[in-house]
Design a protein around this ligand. Structure first.
Ligand SMILES: [Zn+2]
Ligand SMILES: [Zn+2]
Length: 347
């Protein structure tokens, strides 16, 4: 067993607190990683508070992990001791279904094994990256370039791939007008990638104060969603609308911004099922689609693209004992745009 230090929620209403636990001994295909940084994703907060149901306590969040390889099993071929590596939303899948064989493990028909809060067959529960070490099968470990600041790479493992994958799937690029709804951790990566791929990007936000930072990220237009006249001015304008909002909101208000054959891509999961006005789809043959993170090969492609194009997330690096304040500020949208925990500062 590997003694591991981390931070855990002990109950839905409890703040995260220091927690020491054991990782399994690494197998022949496993990579043991000393964690350097871990991003703070909205999902961590919802699961810590058991808002999706099914959280097993003590709950150690964290699925935007960057670290260095500490040791490798004797069958490991893809990674070497000392390599900078990443681990994202999941650390296993069935490996045999058609989705796994196509390299789209995120849609595994048997279900992926999330990095945090997954119940394994042996009864243990996976514990995430708010900790100083993790053991992962080599095929679910990503290579990370030494050329980028590693703290800014951490959020690419969830927020980054969540946006890169749909933009690639729908071949978004030059000549496309893309709207991004919601400028948080996920939304700001959507702006960076869409602009990098050559699209014209408009940010739709409820906060007029975000105008300048949206333009700095690569957007060329900014629309305040509470301003009826501003919204009306962009009706029927967009080929794609990336919806990165997880709170309850009215899809119909935004469907009208799509042009004929336009596609609204849902990335956030609002707690309540939305009402849809069918006419908004029918009138201009519009589509609503969804997308979930990305497969291992595509996540590697995304990390390599970011290294080649010098793309990282905008982050605020924090010490582990700031995590409860970071949760509060994330819920208020008071971060540009992702908190990343420096795990080397764990006690
Ligand atoms: Zn996430
Ligand atoms: Zn599978």
């Amino acid at each position: 067993m590997i003694t591991t230090k981390g931070y855990a929620a002990q109950a839905p209403s409890a703040p995260l607190s220091p927690y020491t636990f054991d990782r399994k001994d690494p197998g022949v295909n496993d990579v043991t990683i000393d964690i350097l940084y871990c991003g703070v994703c909205h999902a961590d907060i919802h699961q810590a508070k058991n808002e999706y149901g099914g959280t097993a306590y003590p709950f150690v969040p964290g699925h935007e992990i960057i670290g260095r390889v500490h040791s490798i099993g004797k069958e490991v071929a893809r990674h070497s001791v000392g390599d900078l590596v990443g681990v994202g939303y999941f650390l296993d899948s069935c490996r045999h279904c058609s989705s796994c064989e196509e390299g789209e493990e995120q849609y595994c028909e048997k279900g992926i094994t999330p990095t945090q809060n997954a119940r394994l067959k042996d009864g243990t529960v996976t514990k995430g990256g708010y900790s100083n070490t993790i053991v992962v099968d080599e095929r679910y470990v990503l290579k990370v370039s030494e050329s980028l600041a590693p703290a800014g790479v951490a959020p690419l493992l969830c927020a980054g791939i969540t946006t890169y994958s749909p933009l690639r799937h729908w071949n978004v690029g030059k000549g496309h007008k893309v709207a991004v709804l919601g400028l948080g951790g996920v939304g700001h990566m959507a702006v960076k990638f869409a602009a990098s791929f050559g699209a014209e990007v408009t940010v739709l936000s409820g906060s007029p104060s975000k105008r300048e930072s949206a333009l700095a990220l690569g957007a060329t237009h900014f629309v305040v969603t509470s301003d009826v006249a501003e919204l009306k001015a962009v009706a029927g304008r967009f080929d794609f609308l990336i919806d990165a909002v997880s709170a309850k909101h009215d899809y119909n208000a935004y469907l009208g911004l799509l042009k004929k054959d336009g596609t609204m891509i849902l990335l956030g999961v609002p707690p309540e099922a939305p009402q849809l006005a069918a006419f908004q789809l029918i009138a201009r043959r519009r589509k609503i689609a969804g997308s979930f993170i990305g497969g291992i090969a595509e996540t590697q492609e995304m990390l390599d693209y970011c290294a080649d194009h010098n793309i990282t997330a905008d982050v605020e690096v924090i010490a582990p004992d700031y995590i409860n304040d970071a949760f509060e500020r994330t819920l208020k949208g008071d971060v540009q745009y992702r908190f990343v925990i420096d795990m080397t500062r764990l006690g």
